[in-house]
Ligand binder design. Structure first.
Ligand SMILES: Nc1ncnc2c1ncn2[C@@H]1O[C@H](COP(=O)(O)OP(=O)(O)OP(=O)(O)O)[C@@H](O)[C@H]1O
Ligand SMILES: [Mg+2]
Length: 437
């Protein structure tokens, strides 16, 4: 703009080389510095998103760039006197600088309010301390919650086991009571049947004797002989008494087994014949072992070894045998019902019970079935209280957990299970022969 009427700025320096060079180099260096500073400010704002009031840095950048441009203009006007352009650029720089100054003025209190580094560090330390304390409390709370959950679980399981124990004990009491009540009448029925048999034979002999001596009895007696079919009656009466004797003897066996099974009178540690307990349990389960059809029949194989009497709580031990055997029978039942629907079943149901002395003071009772087995996923859980795979109302899931408690806690023994899916299940019960050894 009308630069021709002005003289270049270099004239003011009388074109002294040194002075022109000094101004030229200084202005150039200032301009370069003023262009680099905004680049760094933009970079800083871009990288540090957390910097508060980042826009003020951009304002600084803008006014510094304009300052840089005015210095470049200074270089230009050394030779070319475009002072109007130079003036306009200065005016722009002034406007931007002034705005930045005003904005800074407005921002100053806020900037002053930003905590300084030592203050921030102190705050940080307080916060870190608070966080660590909270974490400690949280961890403590977590432990307490876990302890509470465990206690609740234990309480629930103890309660359920107490209920189950109570159930078993009242069942045992009932069984013992019924057995006791039946025992007396059955004993005199069984005891008197032998005499009844003898008397019947005597009477029949007497009647036959009468027949031999009075072969022409009166008409009335003849009619009676025909009516009662005397020959058949004589033969059948003896047969009948014989089968009554067998029946009564069976009732005596069952009553004995029931008493043997409950053994409530023996709440203390006692030396007993384990085989007797196993046999009594099998008699109690006879009806279920017989099954409803040939297919559901369960064959029992006993391989009893030479074992001495074992010191134990007989009633409790029999409960363990009962639980394990009932589980095997239930497994056969469910397997049979599934196989029925599929129409495949070719192996007979077998339960093998063997006993042996495994060391000086240890006997092993090994109960095996060739049922459906227990899959590897559920095997680790079978001794857990309430774990059951049976339908609601069918199993409480306490049988094995109680058995475990009886063998491990009450008898210092071991109870464990091995099973192959679809092949069968084996239970091992190890108990010391004598606790005082
Ligand atoms: N011989 C076995 N064959 C297959 N599964 C078995 C056998 N014995 C135990 N189980 C499995 O172990 C689970 C737990 O047995 P447990 O005796 O503890 O409880 P339950 O029989 O289900 O119920 P409860 O005995 O209280 O009536 C059973 O539900 C069953 O799935
Ligand atoms: Mg069971």
């Amino acid at each position: 703009m009308l630069s021709t009427i002005f003289i270049p700025h270099g004239h003011c320096y009388l074109w002294k080389n040194g002075l022109v060079l000094l101004h030229l180099s200084s202005d150039l260096l200032i301009a370069i510095a003023y262009f680099i500073i905004p680049i760094m400010l933009v970079y800083l704002v871009d990288k540090r998103e957390d910097i508060p009031f980042d826009w003020i840095f951009l304002c600084f950048g803008a006014f510094i760039i304009f300052c840089g441009i005015t210095h470049l203009m200074e270089v230009w006007t050394l030779w070319y006197p475009n002072y109007w352009i130079s003036g306009c650029l200065k005016a722009c720089t002034a406007a931007i600088s002034l705005s930045t100054a005003l904005l800074l003025f407005y921002l100053l209190p806020k900037l002053l309010a930003i905590p300084n580094v030592p203050k921030l560090e102190a705050l940080n330390t307080v916060l870190a301390k608070e966080i660590s304390e909270r974490k400690k409390i949280e961890a403590k709370l977590q432990i307490q919650t876990q302890e509470l959950e465990e206690a609740l679980e234990k309480l629930q399981s103890t309660q359920a086991q107490m209920i189950q124990n109570e159930k078993m004990s009242s069942l045992g009491q009932m069984v013992a009571g019924v057995a006791h009540e039946i025992n007396n009448p059955v004993s005199f029925i069984y005891g008197n049947i032998t005499y009844a048999n003898e008397y019947a034979r005597d009477l029949i002999e007497l009647v036959e004797m009468y027949g031999r001596h009075y072969f022409q009895p009166p008409e009335e007696i003849k009619n009676k002989i025909t009516a009662i079919e005397l020959d058949f009656l004589k033969q059948d009466f003896i047969n009948l008494l014989d089968s009554m004797k067998i029946g009564a003897s069976r009732i005596c066996d069952i009553v004995l087994s029931l008493r043997n099974f409950s053994r409530l009178d023996e709440a203390e540690f006692k030396q007993v014949d384990i085989h007797e307990g196993l046999d009594s349990t099998l008699i109690i389960l006879e009806n279920r072992l017989k099954g409803r059809s040939e297919k559901s029949k369960i064959q029992i194989i006993k391989e009893y070894g030479q074992i001495p009497f074992v010191e134990c709580y007989p009633g409790y031990l029999n409960q363990v045998f009962l639980n394990i055997l009932v589980n095997a029978i239930d497994a056969f039942d469910s397997d049979n019902s599934q196989n029925n629907s599929n129409g495949v079943k070719n192996k007979p149901n077998l339960i093998k019970i063997s006993t042996k002395r495994v060391s000086n003071n240890l006997v092993l009772i090994h109960i095996t079935d060739n049922g459906p087995g227990i899959s590897s996923e559920i095997r680790p859980k079978i001794f857990d209280p309430f774990f059951t795979t049976k339908k609601v109302g069918k199993g409480t899931g306490l049988g094995l957990s109680l058995s475990y408690q009886i063998i491990v806690d009450k008898h210092d023994g071991k109870l464990f299970c091995e099973s192959t899916d679809k092949q069968g299940t084996e239970f091992f019960i190890e108990i010391p022969i004598c606790r005082t050894l």
